[in-house]
Design a protein around this ligand. Structure first.
Ligand code: ADP
Length: 449
């Protein structure tokens, strides 16, 4: 048992690990997808902002520029902190005014102006130190300062009022806030992933346990069944072995030998019956027994059974009677032999578990949808806690009593299996010491499985 538990635990662990692994992979892919989508959306909005600021400034500048490469003083109204290269800054007097760059978080933006020969003429805004000075006319550029700050920049060619080439105009923006934001998103995802993986691992362990439960239960049932079957087979085999051993020790007379052989034959018959029942159940489980669909007359079935089991009832001093509560013969479609076997098992049980002078009654009735066969006895009854289990293989309430009557503990399991194959219900109502009623409820329009 220990070894099996180990096996189930190992399987549970590997199932949970696989599940957590797959979920981890999915979550990682999802996380990186979310990160990419966020960074892309942010980048696009950043570009749009830069383009709109630069475009507005560019249009404003072109209206004011008169001579190529020459900065008019009025430009200082458009660009904050305007500084001409090689001279002192001329824009201090405009600082109190509103500029477009100041409207969009001045701290992040800079602007620069080049003449047509590519010489830097002026800078404005929050101009970073260590930015490459040489002119690059690519519309979009990402620049690195010497202190490793990253800037995104847009370039336009600039014209005078009279459409002469003036030079170039560039507006750039620090990517620091963008990097900070993405860093925060990355951190959240990196912390969130292991945290959610812990939850996934716990859920996987629980789910794996849940998935293992039915397998474990059916494994236990098989184990129990094997043990019960071995036990049942051992009893008659041990009895035969003991009989043979003791008879080998003495010289037997003919009559004694006959008696011994009779005992061996009885045990042998029990074995054959048991093995036969087991095989039959196994074949029913695997659905290898073909179900014949025949028209069975339940009136005849009840009459035949009562007649056949009359002698057994008399031998047990039981009154066996039948009560047919319908006027017309009741025909159902099913396997007549199997239905016969089912009701046979119920009546034999009723006789066996009813003390002498008791009564067993077989009742046949019907309602709109069902034919009902009830086997009612005044016997020992079954306590509520046993009522569900008696349909299990080898389950007996009083194993000694059952064995003494020759029962294998499979009669009700077989009956239940037949009922199942006929889409029918087999149930019991019983009170301890008062008697039991087994009710077989067969749909009139049965669909055979
Ligand atoms: P068995 O061969 O032991 O009769 P069954 O599967 O037919 O096996 O029945 C299982 C158990 O159910 C019996 O051992 C007995 O304890 C109980 N049982 C079945 N029918 C009756 C009944 N009519 N009255 C009381 N107990 C019953």
């Amino acid at each position: 048992m220990m070894r099996q538990n180990k096996l189930f635990n190992k399987t549970r662990i590997s199932l949970a690990l696989w599940y957590a692994g797959v979920m981890g992979l999915i979550l990682s892919l999802l996380g990186s997808g979310v990160y990419k989508a966020i960074s892309h959306a942010h980048w696009i909005s950043l570009d749009n902002e830069l383009e709109s600021v630069a475009g507005t400034l560019h249009d404003g500048l072109e209206l004011k520029l008169r001579q190529p490469g020459k900065i008019e003083p009025i430009i200082g109204e458009l660009l904050p902190n305007l500084c001409l290269i090689g001279t002192s800054c001329i824009s201090d007097r405009f600082n109190s005014q509103r500029h477009i760059l100041s409207a969009v978080d001045q701290g992040n933006y800079y602007a620069r102006l080049y003449d047509t020969s590519g010489r830097l003429i002026a800078i404005a805004g929050d101009y970073p130190e260590g930015l490459p000075q040489s002119l690059n006319t690519e519309p979009w550029q990402t620049l690195n300062t010497s202190s490793n700050n990253i800037y995104h920049q847009i370039s336009f060619s600039l014209h005078t009022q009279t459409r002469e080439d003036w030079g170039y105009f560039q507006v750039g923006r620090s990517l620091q806030d963008f990097e900070d934001y993405l860093g925060r998103v990355k951190l959240i995802l990196l912390l969130g992933l292991p945290t959610s993986l812990i939850f996934v691992a716990i859920a996987s362990w629980w789910l794996a346990g849940l998935a293992m439960q039915p397998i474990y239960r059916s494994y236990q049932q098989i184990e129990q069944f094997t043990a019960d079957a071995a036990h049942e087979l051992r009893t008659p085999l041990a009895a035969m072995q003991a009989t043979v051993e003791s008879s080998l020790l003495v010289d037997l007379k003919q009559q004694e030998a006959k008696n011994i052989l009779t005992t061996i034959e009885r045990e042998n018959k029990r074995l054959i019956q048991l093995v036969g029942d087991l095989l039959w159940l196994a074949r029913m489980d695997r659905k290898t027994i073909p179900l014949r669909r025949q028209l069975c007359c339940l009136n005849d079935l009840v009459d035949d059974l009562v007649e056949e089991l009359e002698s057994l009832a008399i031998a047990n001093q039981i009154t066996l009677t039948s009560q047919i509560k319908i006027n017309k013969p009741l025909n159902v479609s099913g396997d007549c032999d199997q239905l016969y076997r089912l009701v046979y098992n119920l009546i034999v049980n009723a006789i066996q578990y009813t003390p002498s002078t008791g009564q067993v009654m077989v009742i046949l009735e019907r309602d709109d949808r069902y034919a009902l066969i009830k086997v009612q006895d005044t016997g020992i009854g079954i306590a509520p806690e046993h009522q569900k289990k008696i349909f299990d293989r080898f389950y007996r309430v009083h194993s000694d009593r059952s064995r003494s009557t020759g029962g294998s503990g499979l009669g009700l399991a077989i009956a239940k299996s037949i009922a199942g194959s006929h889409s029918s219900q087999l149930s019991v109502r019983s009170e301890l010491g008062q008697g039991s009623t087994f009710i077989f409820q067969l749909p009139l329009a049965i669909a055979l499985k």
